[in-house]
Design a protein around this ligand. Sequence first.
Ligand SMILES: Nc1ncnc2c1ncn2[C@@H]1O[C@H](COP(=O)(O)OP(=O)(O)OP(=O)(O)O)[C@@H](O)[C@H]1O
Length: 247
Amino acid sequence: MYEHSNTQIELSGVYTAYMGAEYPVIRDLSLEINRGDFVIVGGPNGAGKTTLLETINGMLHITHGSVKIFGMDVSTKGIEIRKKTGYVIQSFAFDPLTPFTVKNVVMIGRYGLLGCFNKPREEDYKAVEESIKMLGLEDMADKPIGTLSGGQQQKVLIAQNLAKKPDILLLDEPFSNLDLCTREFVSDVLNDISSKGCTVIMVSHAFDALPDKDLRIVVMDDGSLKLNETCHGSKVENIIRNMSAVT
Ligand SMILES: Nc1ncnc2c1ncn2[C@@H]1O[C@H](COP(=O)(O)OP(=O)(O)OP(=O)(O)O)[C@@H](O)[C@H]1O
């Protein structure tokens, strides 16, 4: 277990490219993120926000520089790193006929730790139950996932990643399908896990339900880091707006 340093994510002079692409999307990016930080990643469409999450999660080719997570190089220890990292991808929708229940889908979050061919243990069922409860999904736990609304499915995907009990949680526009009340609810859940030491890195275009505390704000534009500072959750929207006016 990586316990010896407060810096959990270190990117130094990183360039990352998609397979077959001529030019890197992320260019010369250096960034350090500490354990338990709550980071909001903003910036215009196409700025490289998703690419940043995929770089941290070791899913892309790093052409220059280095990415270290928990002190390990993401290029060689990606599998180990991803066991401790949750990633809620952008706008995923299940087919309406998907037969798996909410519980089944949340259990998938345990399989990285459990191994694909092993039967869930008591602790796996317990983690699933806890995550379902955290996201307030108890009433729909036995329903087929495809019968849920887009916002409810989004909450299930967050629960799936929480069942992993991650040290880092990456979220790509988790608020996109959620009404204001649900955004506030999910924001409280994320704030709670971050206060307990999980590092939360969230790409978002919605800033009206952010935690009432100091957050890290990282703004990307054209594959580069434009801003990296700490500010109160209530100030994030203004900062992003002002930056958009400048760029
Ligand atoms: N699979 C891919 N292959 C090649 N290029 C890609 C791929 N995915 C994204 N890109 C390119 O990388 C750049 C950054 O995309 P990215 O998805 O990271 O932006 P973003 O800031 O998350 O945008 P949005 O706010 O619209 O979701 C874009 O120019 C995009 O065309």
